[in-house]
Unconditional design. Structure first.
Ligand code: BG6
Length: 493
């Protein structure tokens, strides 16, 4: 088999927030992996930029340490590490003053229109406008320049619109790449392959055959020194507005006419616009808010959320479960259950498609009741797909039905390292491929649906229900699904 790893043309990437947590844990390791696979062409440069007063040598030392901590030792071949580090430069820069911008300009030069350069905003959104404005002031935005925005893109519809307007003054929409790193995950892309490269599923992918769908993104981590941001955000803004809704869109959208960015994003947008509204009239019935209290997670005792905060008081949700329907022909009457939370029993993200039972069972009296088919798409860990089907229990002993998985674990099946989401996304920016990035109208539509939920919680004062760290969330989340006769799929199968 020939290698599918095709080098991208050379580029300059400026990482604002270059010494921050995201750069250290995700961006630098991701770029290194692409270097290692030979995808980065000369004379590509990665330019770290932040307020820290570092020299390029010191930044290279920072990056080397990041690689040691976040890349498997066996992958750190000295010559590749050296090559990668030699691409790194550093500029101390202040987003709020003119400091450092001339130096950045002298590094980037006037910019051949053909040369791709991108600016990655791995900084708080309050700096997006300042940075975009200075990039413009110092004439750094060439025709081929791109802007990459990290979440949070707003904390509600109004702030998201402001942010988009601000960067929109300087960058065209086709230059803006809004990252939702869930879209770069291997299995998320596989969902597209599963749905649209097989004739098998699409005829069944509707309310005639699907009973309900569950989307779970469960984490075992707690606040991770992000209290300042997280306590103002909460799980609905942090996870549902972006990651879970994006997954929902990919599951529920109509087949696009082609795989180009806008065809796909047009279809996702239609899903977001068809979500049944949740307002103060029904929020209590369709949403559950939870907050973890002390318990055990990842094998050790952990503090409760409030104990992790400085002032020990908060009504912010660290867990949310939602029942939502999509008001269109394909999905009428099919509930989608979404749930996400911190300090849950297991780190596990998956989409479970629950098919309807067989219309008539011929086996009832002799072999038991057939279990409804289930398709489990596992995002992490152990990326893979399991199709549960009924078979006859092998061997003698007559007809007994058994529910077994057709199990495709990608790591086992292909013996490949599953690339981190950022590896793909960072190079898609260079390729100019916006398919896996959120378009402005998608962000607006997502907030349009989220805003009334936030307002409902505020107006009705819906309290958070506490749950013990290391469990699957508050009991009301179980009630949310069980009163419809279903149970959460807890990752064992
Ligand atoms: C981020 C959230 O977007 O996604 C974090 O801000 C969360 O709170 C993270 O922990 C989860 O990402 P992953 O890739 O580890 O599932």
């Amino acid at each position: 088999m020939t290698s599918q790893i095709i080098p991208v043309q050379s580029f300059d990437a400026v990482l604002f927030g270059g010494t921050g947590d995201l750069a250290e844990r995700k961006l630098i390791p991701a770029l290194f992996h692409r270097e290692r696979d030979g995808q980065i062409s000369d004379p590509t440069r990665f330019i770290g930029a932040s307020r820290a007063e570092l020299s390029t040598q010191e930044y290279r030392a920072f990056a080397k340490k990041a690689l040691k901590e976040h890349v498997d030792e066996s992958e750190l071949e000295p010559e590749v590490v050296e090559k990668f580090l030699s691409r790194l430069l550093y500029v101390p820069i202040d987003a709020k003053s003119d400091k450092g911008w001339k130096k950045l300009k002298s590094i980037l030069g006037n910019g051949d229109e053909e040369v791709i350069r991108y600016f990655y905003l791995a900084v708080g959104p309050s700096l997006f406008g300042d940075i975009a404005q200075r990039l413009n002031q110092f004439d750094l935005i060439t025709a081929n320049a791109r802007l990459v925005m990290e979440k949070p893109i707003g904390r509600d519809l109004a702030t998201a619109c402001d942010l988009n307007d601000t960067v929109g003054k300087y960058f065209r929409e086709d230059q803006i790449y809004r990252i939702d790193h869930y879209l770069g995950k291997e299995t998320v892309q596989n969902l597209l392959a599963l749905r649209f490269a097989n004739a098998l599923y699409e005829p069944l992918w509707n309310s005639a055959h699907i009973d309900h769908i569950q989307i779970t993104v469960a984490e075992t981590v707690g606040l991770e020194s992000r209290a300042g941001y997280y306590d103002r955000a909460g799980a609905l803004r942090d996870m549902v507005q972006n990651h879970l809704l994006q997954l929902l869109c990919l599951v529920a959208m109509e087949p696009p006419a082609s795989a180009d960015a806008d065809s796909l994003r047009d279809e996702k947008l239609k899903v977001l616009r068809a979500l049944s509204p949740i307002t103060e009239k029904n929020a209590d019935k369709f949403t559950v808010r939870g907050q973890y209290k002390a318990g055990a997670s990842s094998g050790g005792a952990v503090k409760g959320y409030l104990e992790e905060l400085e002032d020990g008081e908060s009504n912010t949700e660290t867990f949310v479960a939602i029942k939502v329907e999509i008001e269109n022909w394909r999905w009428a009457g099919v509930p989608f259950y979404l749930r996400t939370g911190k300090r849950l029993a297991q780190r596990m993200s998956e989409i479970v498609i629950n098919f309807k039972p067989v219309p008539h069972s011929i086996f009832e009296s002799i072999a038991g009741t057939p279990v409804s088919n289930k398709l489990v798409i596992r995002l992490q860990p152990d990326e893979g797909v399991k199709q549960w089907i009924m078979i006859k229990d092998p061997g003698p002993g007559g007809m007994r039905l058994r529910n077994v998985p057709l199990d495709m674990s990608f790591a086992e099946a292909f013996n490949v390292r599953s690339p981190d989401a950022y590896e793909r996304l960072l190079l898609d920016v260079v390729r100019g491929n916006q398919t896996l990035f959120m378009r402005r109208d998608e962000v607006v539509a997502a907030w349009n649906w989220i805003d009334p939920i936030l307002q409902a919680w505020e107006v009705t004062g819906q309290p958070v229900k506490s749950y013990t760290a290391g469990t699957w969330g508050p009991s009301t989340s179980i009630a949310l699904i069980e009163r419809d006769g279903h149970t959460w799929h807890d990752g064992e199968e």
